[in-house]
Ligand binder design. Structure first.
Ligand SMILES: *Cc1c(COP(=O)(O)O)cnc(C)c1O
Length: 430
């Protein structure tokens, strides 16, 4: 597509990045199930390996099906480039890899997907990195946590599990002051509900496993580069500005300008870490994205109805859905998330831990799974599963206290979902 700026979201989710296959005319994006690509001649091969020419070498780095997905997500997010990865967690590591050296740290929201809390509090220490967890609404706390080794700020737009919404513009202002990029995990919102780059984020990560694919078939991740972070201003990220020995002293920011991060992620990150998205997965996710806006509208509509019903039910203590008028986030949602607050939230069941466990065992339409963003409605008791590894204090801070269950509302008939929750709540609180 030539001028992607003039097209609307519904057009771009179907067309951005793709064109009829030049050799066969195939209209749907083919699955390029190949590991390697024949060079025109030795000179062509050398130019590709020197990064003097952009092209396909080997599918650990680039693949035409994955490239369509990368361009589609980058376009929907308003970025200049994107890198496909094997999972959302891989995308998170890939987003940090060009920014960090041993001894460096990030400041991150304490309201995160459970696996991300573990990745940031435990696993990244093996690389010599660390994370400081803060209440991301407290911008003074973010600033206070920063030191000269802070290299990025991380948060989720609509945060797991409670559906809390971040004030991205406010966090981006702190990031700009500290001269570090803000990375936003936009998995639960999708670019249909929230475009973090427009609100000041510098990088966006996705678990494409969730709403972008939409039906629970493949794992994948994407890192989107806004192209709007000035790597030279503070010189805090030497991988972007210093000579790269593996490419004859090339400086990424000098050679690739606003695409420096994207090229580094492919030429170094995918080359050496190998967290590559498979072309089959990219194809499946491309199919999902074609209907993203339609699904998200229905997800939000259903979530609104179910959260309202739960809030008025005497067996329920509270509901965290940010789309409710009673939510402390109502004003922020109206301003920054005008299409809705997503379809992910928690509610507290009278009867605590025991009632929650009985509830997840009693549902019939809802599936008890560790996933979100499926066409199907999903339920999980975070404290006994996804957030089980956390301390009670971490669970409470993350919104995963023992008395709450998390819902990911699907696109079924809302009346059926309410009937299912009604019978399960009766069983759980009998
Ligand atoms: C699922 C999820 C992840 C991790 O993604 P995977 O594809 O499972 O690796 C990260 N962040 C959020 C918000 C998620 O929902």
């Amino acid at each position: 597509m030539s001028d992607t700026k003039s097209y609307g979201f519904d057009t771009l989710q179907i067309h951005a990045g793709s064109q009829p296959d030049p050799t066969t005319g195939a209209r749907q994006t083919p699955i390029y199930q190949t590991t390697s690509y024949v060079f025109r001649d030795a000179e062509h091969a050398a130019a590709l390996f020197n990064l003097q020419e952009v092209g396909y070498i080997y599918s650990r780095l680039t693949n035409p099906t994955v490239a369509v997905l990368q361009e589609r997500v980058a376009t929907l997010e308003g970025g200049v480039g994107a890198v496909g990865c094997s999972s959302g967690h891989a995308a998170q590591i890939m987003s940090l890899f060009p920014l960090m050296r041993p001894g460096d740290n990030i400041i991150t929201s304490n309201r995160l997907y459970g696996g991300t809390v573990t990745q940031f509090s435990q696993t990244i220490k093996r690389f010599g990195w660390s994370a400081t967890f803060v209440d991301i609404d407290d911008t003074a706390a973010i600033e206070a946590a920063a030191d000269e080794n802070t290299k990025a700020i991380f948060c989720e737009s609509i945060a797991n599990p409670g559906g809390h919404v971040a004030d991205i513009a406010a966090v981006a202002a702190v990031a700009n002051k500290l001269q570090v990029p803000l990375i936003v995990d936009n998995t639960s919102a999708t670019p249909y509900l929230c475009r973090p780059i427009e609100q000041g984020a510098h990088l966006v990560v996705h678990s494409t496993t969730k709403y972008l694919t939409g039906n629970g078939t493949v794992t994948g991740g994407v890192v989107v580069d806004s192209g709007n972070f000035d790597w030279t201003a503070a010189g805090k990220h030497p991988s972007m500005t210093e000579p790269e020995p593996a490419y004859h002293g090339l400086k990424f920011h000098e050679t690739f300008g606003p695409m420096a991060f994207t090229f580094h992620s492919i030429a170094i990150g995918l080359r050496d870490l190998g967290m590559t998205m498979a072309p089959q997965s990219a194809f499946q996710t491309l199919l999902g994205i074609e209907t993203l806006s339609l699904r998200m509208q229905r997800h939000v509509e259903n979530a609104q109805k179910i959260a309202t019903w739960l809030e008025n039910d005497p067996r329920v203590d509270f509901v965290t859905y940010a789309g409710l008028p009673s939510s402390p986030y109502a004003e922020r949602v109206a301003k920054a998330y005008p299409r809705g607050a997503g379809a992910l939230f928690t509610f507290a069941v009278k009867g605590g831990y025991e009632a929650c466990v009985k509830l997840v065992d009693s549902v019939e339409i809802f599936s008890h799974v560790a996933n979100l963003g499926d066409t199907r409605s999903l339920i999980i008791h975070s404290a006994s599963t996804t957030h089980r590894q956390l301390t009670p204090e971490q669970q409470e801070a993350a919104g995963a206290a023992p008395n709450v269950v998390r819902l990911s509302i699907g696109i079924e008939d809302p009346e059926d979902l309410i009937r299912d929750l009604d019978q399960a709540l009766s069983a759980a609180t009998a």
